[in-house]
Write a protein that binds this ligand. Structure first.
Ligand code: NCD
Length: 326
């Protein structure tokens, strides 16, 4: 795998390969010594133009557990215009010998630009670009759903027939977009639930059903319900009357959790607005997989970094493998 830019163009085989390698990575994470020598000598740059806590530290933990060197580059607040700033920064990283760049950027398409510009030769991993995509989040969500459903018997399985409801601020959510494409590719049935103001205009082109009423979506007995954060920082207008009204109609509370079918799970990518899109008791209920998602995120990112950096590339010898042969 040369880059991971989106899930829209990710094939079913590649998606399953990532999820299965993530299973192997997860197995190593219960050992006493969690660190593997796999990416020794490789340099990974975390290039974050937007605020992030969990995604950045998750990539950092993943890279370190594979023994890569990690450089954290937080470029927020740069006054240079976006195109120039990205090019200059990229060329600096190239000169420093970065083997992979994990990029989060406020502009949709920035990772694609980086990967195709010719500025760098490093592999590019999209860690969230604008409202476009966040592929590793969708992969860790799919991993979490698959793991809860099939347990130790997960490898090689897709999500055929699994019903997933994605609820809330679809309009601003790259997590929703990446999940719609990936879940569809893996055979799941996706329902989007939101007020009409938070549904994107191009949604008719997405492989998903739209429902405006959360109780109606819950009555359809989803296997997984994914609550999205209301992205107040991306809102420049009023998309709903009041926060109180929003949580009454589209928030997940204890009563709605109780109405979910047995065995169904609650996901949230974080950070959560407790009391807005999800109540504290829903977030902390036994159905909630929020912390499993965080743990699985490290395994999934280890898999992605491994496949981008150590996976076979045309014309390249795997010197790493020789170096670590006993
Ligand atoms: C998501 C993001 O940044 O897109 N969060 C994350 O990756 N931890 C979702 C969000 O910010 O609501």
């Amino acid at each position: 795998m040369r880059h991971l830019l989106d899930t829209r163009t990710l094939s079913r085989d590649d998606a399953l390969r990532i999820l299965d390698v993530a299973e192997d990575m997860r197995d190593t994470q219960s050992r006493e010594i969690k660190k593997l020598p796999t990416l020794r000598g490789k340099t990974i740059v975390n290039l974050f133009f937007e605020d992030s806590t969990r995604t950045r530290i998750s990539f950092e933990a993943a890279a370190k557990r594979l023994s890569a060197d990690v450089i954290n580059f937080s470029a927020k607040g740069s006054s240079v215009s976006k195109g120039e700033s990205l090019q200059d920064t990229a060329q600096t990283l190239q000169a420093m010998g970065a083997d992979a760049v994990v990029i989060r950027h406020g502009a949709s398409g920035a990772p694609q630009t980086l990967a195709t510009s010719g500025w760098i030769t490093a592999g590019v991993v999209n860690a969230g670009d604008g409202t476009h995509e966040h592929p590793t989040q969708a992969l860790l969500d799919a991993f979490t759903i698959r793991k809860r459903r099939f347990g130790d018997d997960s490898r090689g399985r897709d999500l055929s027939g699994v019903r997933v409801a994605i609820v809330g601020d679809i309009l601003h959510s790259r997590v929703a977009r990446s999940n719609v494409w990936l879940l569809h590719t893996l055979g799941a049935e996706v329902t989007l639930v939101a007020p009409p103001t938070l549904i994107p205009q191009d949604v008719s082109a997405w492989p998903a059903r739209i429902v405006y009423d959360l109780d109606e979506a819950i009555a359809a007995a989803p296997d997984a319900i994914m609550m999205l954060r209301i992205q107040l920082e991306r809102m420049n207008a009023a998309y709903f009357p009041t926060e109180r009204e929003y949580s009454r109609r589209w928030g997940l509370d204890a009563a709605r959790v109780a109405a979910l079918p047995d065995g169904s799970i609650v996901l949230h990518p974080g950070p959560m607005n407790r009391g807005l899109e999800i109540s504290a008791d829903a977030a902390d209920s036994p159905r909630s997989t929020v912390l499993e998602q965080v743990a699985n995120g490290v395994s999934v990112r280890m898999a992605v970094l491994y496949l981008v950096l150590a996976g076979e590339r045309p014309g390249e010898r795997d010197t790493n493998a020789e170096e670590h042969a006993p």
